[in-house]
Design a protein around this ligand. Structure first.
Ligand code: GRF
Length: 210
């Protein structure tokens, strides 16, 4: 089989995109990123892509129509959301069902939506983290695949939590993408299959997984 083809959708800095790209370059991920797409033409992630000679595409006024048309032109295996701040419309989610991954900065189902780090501080949580999940029509509500927990210290601020969560993201997102590339992962309605076995809640301990 040839290399899988993925597109990355982002709205901002794109450090997760950069990290995934680094893991392609070091041979960990056997995949090609054929385009980086953004709803924000000023997103630094677009510049990162240009610097690597990866095709970029900015969504303008009718962003979902533009996105649909663009995606239709590519024979896609995977859509990677990496800090994409818009909600994908139902027709795209339907068309690419089981082929869309997202990373969210919280231990879902806790703290869906925005400003997760600040909300975690305000609620005096002891733990926080990141979650990789399949995307469905429910906001941050698709099957949860893998989580990494971090502890929240008394001195933490939203800013320090953001850094800690990003570190966690850089390890779990490439791992899930690798599982997907290796055919170990499959979406099955509201759950997912890992090596053919139905998993009902997110994997949190990867020590037993090779
Ligand atoms: C990450 O925290 C990710 O979980 C969320 O958006 C942020 C994107 O960060 N969806 P970056 O643009 O990859 O640095």
């Amino acid at each position: 089989m040839g290399k899988m083809k993925a597109v990355v959708l982002l709205s901002g800095n794109g450090s997760n995109f950069k990290n995934i790209l680094d893991r392609i370059k070091d041979g960990y991920l056997n995949m090609e990123i054929c385009a980086v797409i953004s709803d924000n033409e000023k997103a630094y992630g677009l510049q990162r892509a240009k610097d690597e000679n990866i095709k970029t595409f900015s969504l303008k006024d009718n962003i979902n129509d533009d996105l649909n048309k663009f995606l239709d032109k590519i024979d896609l295996d995977l859509i990677i959301l990496a800090g994409y701040m818009k909600i994908l419309p139902p027709d795209i989610v339907d068309k690419y069902n089981g082929k869309i991954l997202n990373i969210h900065p919280s231990l879902l189902p806790k703290y869906k939506g925005m400003n997760t780090h600040q909300r975690v501080i305000e609620d005096k949580e002891s733990f926080h983290g990141a979650t990789v999940h399949f995307v469905t029509d429910k906001l941050d509500g698709g099957p949860l695949i893998l989580q990494q927990k971090i502890s929240v210290d008394a001195k933490d601020t939203a800013e320090t939590l953001k850094e800690k969560v990003h570190c966690a993201e850089y390890s779990i997102y490439p791992l899930v993408i690798k599982w997907y590339i290796d055919g170990l992962l499959e979406q099955s309605e509201n759950n997912f299959l890992f090596k053919g076995e139905k998993i009902e809640s997110p994997i949190q301990d990867i020590s037993n997984i090779k």
